[in-house]
Ligand binder design. Structure first.
Ligand code: ATP
Length: 441
């Protein structure tokens, strides 16, 4: 047995292939040629996403106690998106190549040069392209029936601000959090799960008194940055980057991006924005409803400020894959391993009988641990080495093998994914073993 060499060798192509091979992610409508920028998640992808969401919920609610959740609609009334500024401003500049008809975001190409696709230089003038998906509600396709698939989850939080305030015992400062789908008609979806047309966001809108917003902006920026190392991401590949004044959106007072160092450069993973009272004031103005809060101390009504944090589930999914992917040489053979932290790993342990003779006894352990709620797998096909490799590739932290000695000593061999060390563990101690493993990140 050799010690793993620890070489991270992740490329986008390798991750796409692994995700397909092991059932994490499939291209949507693949049998019909594929739908660009849209993906389906298989069993393991679903479990990984669930773990990501669970960790996020846990992280925000332990940072601040006053947080309630919302699950808003995906279809949004046109008025909402007019008030938020999306109808007018939510666009990217694009150009077309008149020769080959390829379309680009202007910041993705050098307009001084030829089209990277056909090699001719025949650009149209740059124009704005609104990224919202528009639809019509009901049979009449007229202006009055226009609605939009939401391009972010935040607005459903702002338009329900008064509902939440009057139906829960929340008091400023407090947060409304939401996990849900968002849709953007990206001109050029790319880099797999990095830029998609349908994706999921985890957003927190933190409402506070204006005099405290600078404090909360710093507090949430730090807490959100720390979150990524708490789920096992290498802190050296994470940084917080404040926006320059000229980068700020029209509504932002300040903005910090948490960035990850992808093989294609430092890129935004999460945005933390000090939005002032822009959203509540816009919705008050457009709806004619007063969204102000009564302050018991000053006996006056005011609009709270908002600190927003917003991260994509899928972009974080991709980040976790990049960060965890290693190719090791073990016994002169290369193995692919995903070094997920146990908390994030979709499968926590695999139970394996060494030969068919031990199947029944191993199945008993499997059933017992499953009943206790652990997300585990039973694997009996192929050589033990092959089974280990299979589990390494999906990031399972430990494999328990029931072998010839198990019947006598009531122990299994626990094989560690990262160190490859093996130790004997009493069968009645497996629950404690897993709990300790899951506590350590
Ligand atoms: P970018 O500059 O990368 O387009 P953005 O600034 O438009 O991102 P926000 O509107 O701040 O992004 O969205 C918050 C988060 O949602 C992003 O940090 C990212 O994690 C995720 N996200 C945004 N757009 C997409 C997309 N097209 N596909 C996947 N995730 C996305």
């Amino acid at each position: 047995m050799t010690t793993p060499t620890n070489s991270s060798a992740a490329t986008l192509e390798k991750l796409v292939a692994l995700c397909k091979r092991r059932g994490f992610v499939y291209q949507s409508a693949e049998i019909y040629g594929g739908l660009n920028g849209v993906y389906d998640f298989g069993h393991l992808g679903y479990l990984l996403k669930e773990n990501i969401k669970q960790s996020w919920k846990q992280a925000i609610t332990t940072t601040e106690p006053n947080i309630v959740f919302l699950d808003g609609s995906l279809l949004g009334a046109a008025d909402v998106w007019k008030a938020s500024g999306h109808v007018e401003h939510f666009s990217d500049p694009m150009v077309d190549c008149m020769n080959c008809k390829h379309r680009y975001r202007t910041d993705d190409v050098d307009l001084e040069r030829a089209c990277p696709h056909c090699g001719k230089k025949a650009w149209t003038a740059a124009r704005q392209f609104n990224m919202m998906f528009q639809t019509n509600l009901g049979a009449a396709a007229d202006q009055a029936s226009v609605a939009y698939l939401r391009p972010e989850t935040a607005q459903s939080i702002f338009i329900n601000f008064k509902n939440v305030l009057s139906t829960y015992r929340v008091k400023v400062p407090f947060g409304i959090a939401q996990i849900g789908k968002a849709f953007r008609n990206e001109i050029t979806p790319k880099q797999f799960l990095f830029r998609m047309r349908e994706f999921e966001q985890m957003e927190l809108e933190w409402f506070c008194k204006p005099e405290n917003s600078a404090y909360y902006f710093e507090r949430w920026s730090q807490a959100r940055k720390d979150f990524f190392s708490s789920i096992g991401i290498n802190p050296e590949r994470i940084r917080l980057r404040p926006h320059e004044k000229n980068e700020l959106s029209h509504y932002s007072v300040a903005c910090n991006d948490v960035e990850y160092r992808f093989p294609f450069g430092w890129k935004e993973l999460e945005g933390i924005a000090h939005r002032g009272n822009y959203d509540l004031s816009q919705h008050s103005k457009f709806s004619g409803k007063d969204l102000g809060v009564y302050d018991e101390e000053t006996k006056q009504t005011y609009l709270p400020d908002v600190v927003e944090s917003s991260v994509g589930v899928d972009r974080l999914f991709l980040t976790l894959l990049f960060d965890a992917y290693y190719e090791d040489v073990v016994d002169n053979e290369t193995r692919v391993v995903l070094r997920f932290s146990p908390k994030i790993a979709p499968i926590k342990a695999a139970i394996m009988p060494l030969t068919k003779k031990q199947t029944e006894a191993a199945e008993k352990i499997y059933a017992d641990l499953r009943r206790k709620g652990y997300q585990i797998q039973f694997d009996e096909s192929g050589s033990i080495g092959k089974r280990y490799r299979r589990q390494d590739e999906i990031g399972t932290p430990v494999c328990f093998t029931y072998d010839f000695d198990s019947e006598n000593d009531h122990k299994v061999t626990a094989r560690n994914r990262d160190t490859l060390t093996q130790e004997r563990i009493a069968i009645d101690q497996l629950e404690q073993y897993l709990d300790a493993m899951l506590k350590n990140r």
